[in-house]
Design a protein around this ligand. Structure first.
Ligand SMILES: [Zn+2]
Length: 120
């Protein structure tokens, strides 16, 4: 006997195997059929495209999802400054792939930190 359930999306009565698995549900199946799920995930993709692309980009760079692009920019900027401390902010911005204003702001912070360190 094949179980059936109504899809929360298209409201069609479908075979249970048309629904994805969902451990959190009492019947162990997703509320939406696979067809609806596909449409929904596509819509979600469109909605969160930037976020998804961002995490894919991080994966490519071998960085965990917890790392922000800010961290990457700073890391690259610090690297560039270490190699050549006389670089101007606009060059560093180009190297790090960040904006000029971002580098200016971060550099000010870095300088502040450096002066604190030298005092100690
Ligand atoms: Zn459906």
């Amino acid at each position: 006997m094949d179980m059936q359930k109504t899809c929360a999306g298209c409201k069609e009565f479908k075979l249970i195997n048309q629904f994805g698995l969902d451990k959190n549900r009492s019947d162990g199946r997703a509320p939406y059929c696979k067809d609806c799920r596909h449409i929904i995930s596509h819509k979600l993709y469109e909605k969160h495209k930037e976020k998804i692309l961002r995490s894919q980009k991080l994966k490519k760079l071998n960085k965990p999802a917890s790392v922000t692009f800010r961290d990457i920019y700073i890391e690259k900027a610090r690297d560039a400054i270490r190699k050549n401390p006389s670089l101007c902010n606009s060059t560093i911005a180009k190297i790090a792939g960040a904006t000029y204003n971002f580098i200016c702001r971060e550099r000010k912070k870095m300088k502040r930190r450096c002066t604190i360190n030298t005092k100690n």
